[in-house]
Design a protein around this ligand. Structure first.
Ligand code: NAD
Length: 462
């Protein structure tokens, strides 16, 4: 791509610009964050149109998950910038007389942000906010699978921001590989574990620090709930945490549900009711359900259903329309555990329900699989709650809801194990793109004679 050919010069210029100290100034950071907010507000309609074009994403979903969430993050960053930038005093042991210490955050330098297609604005700009707030220069490489969004970021975002410091480069695997071949001070990657490995291997060469925001299978455990209000609320939150979040094409979407045998049929019946209430009798005509991103992912999802035993486990939905990239919200009960649908991340509107004898068995089930990015547990049982916290490991653990944790700036967002490492959102984004420098200030007035050699025995005899 020709964008890449001028690339080395661009990177050198960006490094020089960084070295000038301009991006370290609070006023520069603030102006860029404000400009980003202007972009989101003024181009709101264009953003929604791009999301409709790329994913058939409803305007309200686009606002809820991308534009609105980003504006909230920007408001927080603008309000907190001075506090985040100011040094934090650190305690020292008493022996360090007349000495003070603090921790100062300094930017890392030139950073690369590689993002995914399912929330093309959210997953590109949320880390960019952190990179700017921390005073870095940055290159953003959005996904080629959401071309309308990537091209809007490329053509429009750049007219709002300081182009000497922030650039957008479009391209797919080949261009990303060329980017990865360069020297960076930080790589922030959102995507699959497969490409995460490629990113990490490339980072090794220059010992570049990496954040990997990956995916995996996020379970939802549904305990027996006695009140019908609680059960209905659980079902609504599961439906929206799966089918109502980019049609399940979200890293923290519910991948599968674990429930006791005896509650399964009741759960399924209620799910059918609420799917119809949310997406209508004929969801294919519904404008509130996002489409599958492209033919490749459509076939991948269709193949998950192709297995005979998997097909037999479908209790609701299952219809597909390749031309319109539509897959009906589909519920399966107890598909074979060794089928691809239970070993691979689904990333689409297929929801397997796995039955267990006792709800506590779900702990063993979760522990026997890679650590998820998100775990959801619907329960009022405090003992189960405690056991889930102490006996399972996941990027986040949410009780009685799904997805909500993504919007909480006060919480770190990130994975553990196979679901990635590093974290961002709110102040965590600022820290992710900063180096925490230890500063010590010592007075000349006090000194301890025994710290200096030679350490002869009589030196210790007071
Ligand atoms: P992906 O790994 O295929 O692509 C991610 C990025 O890497 C894209 O920008 C793409 O252009 C680039 N890329 C693809 N192949 C490459 C290669 N061979 N070499 C170099 N670069 C390459 O992932 P995706 O399809 O965009 O996203 C789906 C995955 O991302 C899922 O696993 C999902 O769970 C995960 N995800 C995680 C989060 C999170 O915040 N943790 C968010 C969204 C998606």
């Amino acid at each position: 791509m020709e964008i890449i050919s001028s690339f080395h010069r661009d990177l050198n210029d960006m490094r020089e610009y960084y070295e000038s100290g301009k991006t370290k100034q609070a006023s520069w950071r603030e102006s860029q964050l404000k400009a980003l907010r202007c972009f989101l507000m003024e181009k709101q309609q264009h953003i929604m149109e791009a999301l409709m074009q790329d994913l058939g994403k409803h305007q309200l979903e686009a606002f809820r998950d991308e534009i609105g969430t980003l504006i909230k993050t920007l408001n927080l960053a603008l309000k907190s910038l001075k506090a985040w930038m100011s040094g934090k005093k650190a305690e020292l042991p008493q022996v360090a007389l007349l000495t003070s210490a603090e921790i100062v955050s300094e930017p890392l330098g030139l950073v690369l942000i590689i993002s995914s297609w399912n929330f093309p604005f959210g997953l590109s700009l949320e880390p960019l906010i952190g990179a700017i707030a921390a005073g870095n220069v940055a290159i953003l490489k959005p996904s080629e699978l959401s071309p309308a969004s990537s091209s809007l970021l490329f053509s429009s975002l750049t007219s709002y921001l300081d182009n000497k410091a922030i650039k957008v480069i479009q391209g797919g695997p080949q261009e990303t590989q060329q980017l990865l071949d360069q020297r960076w001070d930080k790589i922030f990657f959102t995507g699959s574990a497969r490409v995460g490995r490629i990113v990490m291997s490339a980072a090794v060469k220059n010992l570049t620090p990496v954040t990997l925001e990956l995916g995996g299978k996020c379970p939802a455990v549904v305990d027996s709930l006695s009140s019908s209000w609680d059960i209905e609320t659980t079902v609504k939150r599961i439906i929206v945490g799966k089918f109502g979040t980019c049609a399940g094409q979200a890293c923290i979407a519910i991948d599968y549900v674990l429930v006791e045998n005896k509650y399964c049929s009741k759960l399924v019946e209620l799910m059918k009711v609420w799917i119809k209430k949310m997406f209508g009798e004929n969801p294919q005509r519904s404008k509130t359900i996002t489409r599958i991103v492209n033919k490749h992912h459509f076939s991948r999802l269709n193949n998950l259903l192709a297995d005979k035993m998997v097909k037999e486990s479908v209790v609701y939905g299952g219809s597909v329309d390749e031309e319109n990239l539509f897959i009906e919200p589909t519920i399966l009960v107890d598909p074979p555990l060794d089928a691809a649908i239970m070993s691979e991340e689904i990333f689409g509107p297929l929801l397997p329900i796995i039955t267990v004898e006792k709800i506590e068995d779900s702990i063993r089930f979760i522990r026997s699989r890679p650590k998820p990015l998100a775990l959801y547990v619907f329960t009022k049982n405090k003992t189960l709650e405690k056991r889930m916290i102490s006996e399972t490991s996941s990027g986040s653990l949410t009780f009685n809801d799904a997805i909500l944790q993504y919007a909480a700036d006060s919480l770190p967002f990130g994975g553990v194990g196979e679901s990635g490492f590093g974290m961002y959102h709110g102040k965590f984004s600022f820290d992710t793109f900063s180096h925490q420098k230890a500063i010590v200030r010592r007075s000349f007035l006090t000194d301890f004679w025994f710290r200096y050699p030679p350490w002869t025995l009589n030196k210790l005899q007071l």
